[in-house]
Design a protein around this ligand. Structure first.
Ligand code: CA
Length: 270
């Protein structure tokens, strides 16, 4: 696969312009490469992926553009619905990050039109609208994922990688850490190729930790993520899932560490 590094340098976004909660990502380029590797993606693979961001808020738009470019993706930024449609017609993007409240044309209309034209790219809606009805409308219009504002850039990137892995077939879907393996399409964890029996919630928690492999994930972030689609999940429930996961992962080669007051860290056993 050709690896076009020039795409990395397509813009000049000053980290100083970022504000909470869209803080700059931690970590060096080397660290990002490790994170990608842990997620079954190489830096080269992300360099060949181009993302369309559709967002009219300049502060958020700048922060997201900086984050996706730091993570190695190429990206274009449309600031209204009409511009977004023109961009989608002009270029075969690998994924779209789509705000709903947009000048000139609503995000959902942009999405419906794209699907009508047969566009299959994965789409993640970024919105502050959070009623169940809104989510159903978004999914009915053809969205693949839904992220509520304000969000952490780390989570946006983790979900974007997951979307791309699902869209990009088998080669990018196998995560391997020693004896431990995870197939992100089948959502199946295994040890020495023997499948682990995990509940749906345990798989979700494991996926969240894998997407942050090598970095700390706050307990609240896990609880928020699990509450995304249904009733509330408390911090206590997260502790229970982690406890069960730990027992099932014993001897697998990966461990879930607790960092007091910070959260959880999934890493290879030393
Ligand atoms: Ca907006």
């Amino acid at each position: 696969m050709a690896c076009n590094r020039n795409r990395l340098h397509g813009g000049n976004y000053a980290a100083a312009s970022l504000r909470e909660p869209y803080e700059p990502l931690r970590g060096s380029a080397l660290h990002i490469r490790d994170v990608l590797k842990a997620n079954g993606l190489s830096l080269c693979q992300t360099l060949n992926m181009k993302i369309l961001l559709v967002e009219d808020d300049p502060t958020l738009g700048e922060a997201v553009m900086l984050a996706v470019r730091q993570a190695g993706f190429a990206a274009d930024w449309s600031r209204d619905g009409v511009q977004a449609e023109a961009a989608l017609k002009a270029y075969a993007y690998d994924a779209m990050l789509l705000d709903l409240g947009l000048p000139r044309r609503e995000g959902l209309e942009v999405l419906r039109n794209a699907r009508k034209r047969g566009a299959t790219l994965p789409v993640m809606i970024l919105t502050a609208r959070d009623t169940v009805e809104d989510r159903v409308r978004g999914l009915d219009a053809g969205a693949d994922d839904y992220l509520l504002k304000p969000f952490a850039l780390d989570e946006l990137l983790a979900r974007l990688r997951a979307l791309l892995r699902r869209a990009h077939g088998v080669a990018d879907t196998q995560i391997r850490m020693g004896r431990f393996g995870f197939d992100s399409v089948k959502r199946q964890a295994s040890v020495d190729e023997t499948p682990l029996v995990l509940s749906a919630r345990e798989v979700e928690v494991l996926e969240i930790l894998l997407n942050h492999a090598g970095r700390v994930t706050a307990k609240e972030a896990i609880a928020d993520r699990l509450t995304g689609w249904d009733e509330g999940v408390g911090d206590n429930a997260v502790e229970v899932y982690i406890h069960r996961l730990r027992r099932k992962l014993e001897g697998s080669g990966v461990v879930i560490r607790t960092l007091r007051g910070l959260g959880y860290l999934l890493e290879a056993e030393r």
